[in-house]
Design a protein around this ligand. Structure first.
Ligand SMILES: [Zn+2]
Length: 413
């Protein structure tokens, strides 16, 4: 890698939409558009073929091999409001540098072409349309899904906003995607595991599955003064007990669980609530653990019913690529450990279609989606080196013939 070039490009992209209290490159805003245009300019300055596709993804193409599919490296440029300086944009800058380094000095032999992608709208902030660009690339969007993306108030629709940025269902449904052999993503961990264990490289083996939905608890509306305590049917109390039990049950199971919303009706200080609704979000790298935790939690309720439930299975990542990443780290003299990804990434979508690898570097104190998000410059450079090295190995050989790793090159060393 050329560290000077990497930092110049990374800083350049990072500053777009940056305000005093954090990064504001929310998808489908001018700042996001500016970041993507800047990336296009950088690609053109470097003499690469760069373009925006019909879903708003930015591609950079390096194709020295006739008729070969592509090793694609990428991440996303959009951020949450008041976001950090690393989530997504670090992976795009790293992918750009790795691609340029390979262009400067090509791997030998060279079996794959190389490409960069900055996926559109990974965060899904404005219209609940997260992972938009990668879903479009993989053909997972339908007209119905596209037309249904809307804001939380249900009044603004993506289909009405996207055309301002040149994106319509017509353009999304007619994507002309390059043939992809492998997808690689480098990302900050956004959690504390690497930082706490002092290990600079995470080799992701699985992206956690999740169960999300709502529970409604029903009681009897009554007077706050005249109703004796033993005779109450307090919906909010049932809900509160469920919130506490979720914390206990998923904690014991080794999963994570969150109640982010709690609403009581009629919502008056002097009235016992007759209805209370809580949201929940339970995640685990193991679908079995997650399912048992949710089942045990539901069985612990009093007066509750489940609604709007949906779940996504955990997505395992390609074992042979994990081995290549671990070898790349060990070649660079870096310790690596196998970790699950507790957050969702474009890599999760890509993994359903193509062999995919995901590499993490430490996030200081595990803080992310916040202005305090930070990764040490040394860890950033080490991550880029591992990404580049992994890309070189994969481009120089047929993935299906990757040799199994020998015993002394263990991950988690
Ligand atoms: Zn991200």
């Amino acid at each position: 890698m050329n560290a000077t070039r990497f930092w110049a490009n990374f800083r350049h992209l990072q500053t777009i939409g940056k305000r005093k209290d954090g990064a504001y490159r929310v998808a489908w805003t001018e700042e996001d558009q500016m970041a993507r245009q800047t990336l296009l300019d950088l690609l053109h300055q470097e003499g690469l073929h760069g373009y925006q596709d019909g879903a708003g993804n930015i591609w950079g193409i390096w194709s020295p091999v006739d008729n070969a599919p592509y090793l694609v490296m990428g991440s996303h440029l959009d951020s949450v409001p008041r976001g950090g300086d690393f989530d997504g944009v670090f992976g795009v800058a790293a992918a750009l540098e790795s691609l340029l380094a390979m262009r400067d000095k090509a791997p030998e032999p060279l079996c794959l072409n190389g490409a960069l992608v900055a996926f559109a709208d990974e965060e899904g902030v404005g219209f609940n349309s997260g992972l938009f660009g990668s879903r479009a690339v993989c053909g997972f969007l339908t007209r119905e899904i596209f037309n249904n993306f809307h804001d939380d108030s249900g009044t603004r629709y993506l289909a009405e906003t996207a055309p301002r940025f040149g994106i319509t269902w017509e353009s999304v449904s007619h994507l002309d995607v390059i043939p992809i052999a492998v997808y690689l993503e480098l990302h900050v961990e956004q959690g504390p595991n690497l930082d706490r264990s002092g290990i600079p490289v995470g080799v992701v083996n699985v992206i956690t599955g999740r169960s999300q939905g709502f529970a409604r608890f029903v009681g009897q509306q009554n007077h706050a003064g005249t109703t004796p305590m033993p005779l109450r049917e307090d919906a909010l109390l049932y809900a509160a007990n469920a919130v506490v039990r979720l914390n206990q049950i998923v904690g014991r199971a080794g999963a994570v669980g969150t109640v982010g919303q709690l609403k009581a009706m009629p919502g008056s200080p002097n009235v016992i609530a007759d209805s209370a609704v809580v949201s929940f979000d339970v995640r685990s790298p193991s679908d079995t653990v997650r399912n048992i935790a949710v089942r045990d939690w539901v069985n612990s309720w009093h007066g509750g019913t489940l609604f709007a439930y949906h779940e996504e299975a955990a997505v395992p990542l390609y074992p042979a690529i994990q081995d290549v990443i671990a070898r790349a780290a060990s070649k660079e003299g870096l310790k690596a450990m196998t970790v699950p990804s507790w957050a969702v990434h474009d890599a999760m979508i890509m993994a359903k279609k193509v062999p995919t690898g995901l590499i993490f570097i430490p996030s200081v104190q595990g803080i992310s989606h916040a202005a305090e998000e930070f990764s040490h410059p040394q860890h950033c450079e080490e991550g880029v080196r591992v990404l580049e090295d992994t890309a070189r190995s994969l481009c120089a050989s047929d993935l299906r013939r990757q040799e199994p790793k020998s015993e002394d090159e263990g991950k988690g060393s």
